[in-house]
Each structure stands twice: as structure tokens, then as C-alpha cells.
Design a protein around this ligand. Structure first.
Ligand code: KG4
Ligand code: ZN
Length: 383
């Protein structure tokens, strides 16, 4: 677990400061209960966050997560109605665990805000979290903030480190591969994205072709690591799709198909050949991410101070190494990677994104009306 910054836990209502104008600079304190159900992870966290968004002091008072991955394995992906049912079943259990861990009364916990993922994700799964959050909001008379899951991946890095803007964020998950310009705490502009499969999805599909269980991403990167430790070099070459195109978009479906053809060509494969596939596939997938990120930095009119990498694929050790090398090429850029436990879906990042939004854009706390699940929500949306 991360070495969380220890901050004093102050028990406040929504802080007075939250409605003042320059909150990114002023210190405020919030206790946030956060809920994440966008895909197959059910997660609940209770955070105490204080200080400016650029350098918050974060105390994780309670944090619970249940992964449904093994239940979805037989479908080779996430089955939305099963995910919803499981979220509904597990949310009350995880809430109780989280509040117990935080030594909070389960009937009336000390809170300022309830944050819940509103999108993007699987709509039935998102609704499970939103409905649960709304019931709690009514019961405890607390405000609810709908949070963008991808902003959660961006701000996951704030759990233990500071961030200076403007930043470039590379988001690499099971559903997204995006380069995002973050010019302000609430201004996100998508510079490039995948035109077909997301990079994490390609990891999972290639793993399936190799007979590895879902979700295969971590297994592919572990096999590639074994190959590197054995000192292996690639024995065949896979394509680096779109690496030389004059834009910041990505494509991963061709790489996946190239693996399929190579597998057919080789016929029966043993454990050692699986390592060779993992090694070359991971190298190809990540080489394109690095090349497009370099291009985004070099071609921008903005001088980025920070490069943020967020999302499940950021757990790959090889990816981390390659981006550390890339960051060395730009002396003015500081690389921020999330703590390992916060690379894949979790509720802590949702609480952090809520804190950034509440401090940078306090009016978002007074947004009228119900929170709506938005499966295709884009990070650049102004709502
Ligand atoms: O961010 P995330 O938990 O969920 C989404 O928002 O999609 O990302 C999940 C993705 C999956 O595709 C998973 O296979 C991949 O992240 N992943 C990895 C690793 N750990 C998770 N990919 C490569 N290497 C890893 N160590
Ligand atoms: Zn995610």
C-alpha cells in the first residue's frame, strides 16, 4: 500500500471555503465517500482530503474493492447485467467494510460529499452505483457529485504526489487509449484516441488467444517480464500500427489480428513461444504509446510541466520503464505514475477527482437534477 500522506482529520460540513473563488490556491478540507461501479470492480472509499488540488494531503480512511473478474471469465469479457447485479449485492457490504475500517458510524458517518462514477462505462453497472449513492445522499442528507471515471484515472496520481499544470495525460485502460491535454484543473481536451480497440482490450484479447485467463493484461506483461529476465530477444516482429501517422490517434485491432495470423502460422505453441508473443506484443503496443506521447509533447504549443499516465495498463512495469526513459528526453517535464493499486479501477481515484472538481469548480456541487449514467461520456465534455 502507498505511503499516504498523513493529514489531520477534521470533521467539517461542506467547508465555507468551498464556495469562495480561488479554491485551487486556498486550503480546504473534505471528507468524501466515493463509489465506483463503471465496469467489473465494485469499490467504495472514504477519504479525508485537504489543501490545494495541486498538492492535496490525502488520508485514505477506508478502502474496499471487490473484483468480479472471475465471474466474467467464462464470457471472455464483462457481462453488463451480471456486473449490475453483483454491484447491487456488494455495495452495501463494501460500504460497511469501508466505514468500519474508518471507525465511522455506519448509520450516520461524518461526511461532506458522496462522489459516484457517472460515466463512461457500462450503463447498467453505472446505474447500480448512482442509485446506491442517491439512496445514501437522501438518507444522510449529503450532496452527491457525479464523477467522470477517466478524470479519476488522471487524478489518481494525486494520492501521493503533487501535479503542476499544464499537463499531458495518457490514459491507457480496457476501454480507452487517449492523449489528453489538461490545461486547467477542469479543462480537458482529447488530442488523440484509439480508432478501434483500446490498448488494454488488445492485451486482454491477445491473452485470450494465448489461452490465458481474463483479464489477460497483467498475465501478458508478467510473461513478457519472464522473457526479459531470461534475456530473450523477439524471434518475430509484430506491426506498430499508426506509429508514423501525422496525428495522435492509435489503432490496436491490427496488432491483435497480426498476433492471430502469427499464431495460425506457428500451429501448436508451447509456454516458451507464449513468452515470445508476450514480449513482442507488449513491446509493439507500448512503442506506439511512447512515440505518440513524444509527438504530442514535441508538437504542442503548450509547454507541459507534467506527464500523467493513468489506467490499468499503466501497471505494466515495462510501460513504466519506457515512460521513465521518455521523460528523460524532456528536462522540463515531470512524470507522474499512479501507485500500483490505483492504476486499475478503484474508488480512491473517484474521491480524488471529486475533490479536484469541488475545489476547482465549486458550482459543480450545486448542479441541479439527477445524476444520469452516461456510458459514452467524453473527458472533454463541459458538463
Ligand atoms: O483502468 P482499468 O482497470 O479499467 C478500465 O477503465 O478499463 O483497466 C483495465 C485494463 C485491462 O484491459 C487489463 O488487462 C489492463 O488494464 N491491465 C494491464 C495490467 N494490469 C491491468 N495491462 C498490462 N499490464 C498490466 N500489468
Ligand atoms: Zn478504468
Amino acid at each position: 500500500m502507498a505511503e499516504w500522506l498523513k493529514a489531520p482529520v477534521s470533521k467539517t460540513g461542506i467547508p465555507q471555503g468551498i464556495v469562495s473563488s480561488n479554491l485551487t490556491a486556498s486550503a480546504t478540507t473534505m471528507r468524501i465517500l466515493s463509489i465506483e461501479t463503471s465496469c467489473d470492480e465494485t469499490a467504495v472509499a472514504l477519504l479525508n482530503v485537504t489543501g490545494p488540488a495541486s498538492k492535496p494531503a490525502v488520508t485514505i480512511l477506508g478502502n474496499s474493492l471487490f473484483s468480479q473478474a472471475s465471474l466474467h471469465e467464462q464470457y471472455g469479457g464483462v457481462f453488463p447485467t451480471l456486473a449490475k447485479r453483483e454491484h447491487e449485492k456488494n455495495l452495501p457490504i463494501l460500504l460497511e467494510q469501508t466505514l468500519n475500517e474508518a471507525n465511522e458510524a455506519t448509520e450516520a458517518p461524518e461526511l461532506d460529499l458522496i462522489a459516484v462514477t457517472a460515466g463512461p462505462g457500462l450503463e447498467p453497472a453505472l446505474w447500480a452505483g448512482i442509485t446506491f449513492a442517491e439512496e445514501l445522499g437522501k438518507k444522510w442528507n449529503k450532496p452527491i457529485l457525479g464523477v467522470d471515471h477517466m478524470k479519476g484515472h488522471v487524478w489518481s496520481v494525486l494520492s501521493s504526489q503533487e501535479v503542476e499544470l499544464p499537463a499531458l495525460a495518457l490514459l491507457v485502460s480496457g476501454g480507452h487509449t487517449e492523449l489528453v491535454e489538461v490545461s486547467d484543473w477542469h479543462s480537458f481536451k482529447v488530442l488523440g484516441r484509439t480508432l478501434d480497440d483500446a490498448v488494454g482490450e488488445a492485451f486482454d484479447k491477445v491473452a485470450r488467444m494465448l489461452g490465458l485467463p481474463y483479464p489477460g493484461g497483467p498475465k501478458i506483461s508478467a510473461l513478457a517480464e519472464v522473457a526479459r529476465q531470461k534475456g530473450k530477444s523477439p524471434i518475430f516482429k509484430l506491426p506498430r500500427p499508426m506509429i508514423h501517422t501525422n496525428d495522435l490517434n492509435f489503432s490496436y485491432s491490427g496488432l491483435k489480428t497480426a498476433v492471430l495470423y502469427k499464431l495460425k502460422e506457428l500451429g501448436n505453441i508451447d509456454e516458451s513461444i507464449k513468452e515470445d508473443f508476450a514480449l513482442e506484443f507488449e513491446a509493439a503496443a507500448i512503442e506506439v504509446l511512447v512515440a505518440k506521447t513524444r509527438k504530442a509533447i514535441e508538437e504542442s504549443n503548450i509547454e507541459y510541466k507534467t506527464l500523467i499516465i493513468g489506467g490499468g495498463v499503466a501497471a505494466s512495469k515495462y510501460l513504466q520503464e519506457e515512460f521513465r526513459n521518455l521523460a528523460k528526453e524532456f528536462s522540463s517535464i515531470s512524470l507522474k505514475l499512479p501507485e500500483k493499486s490505483l492504476t486499475t479501477d478503484n474508488a480512491v481515484m473517484i474521491g480524488l477527482a471529486a475533490y479536484v472538481e469541488a475545489t476547482a469548480k465549486p458550482e459543480s456541487l450545486n448542479r441541479p437534477g439527477k445524476i444520469i449514467a452516461r456510458g459514452n461520456l467524453s473527458i472533454s465534455s463541459q458538463e
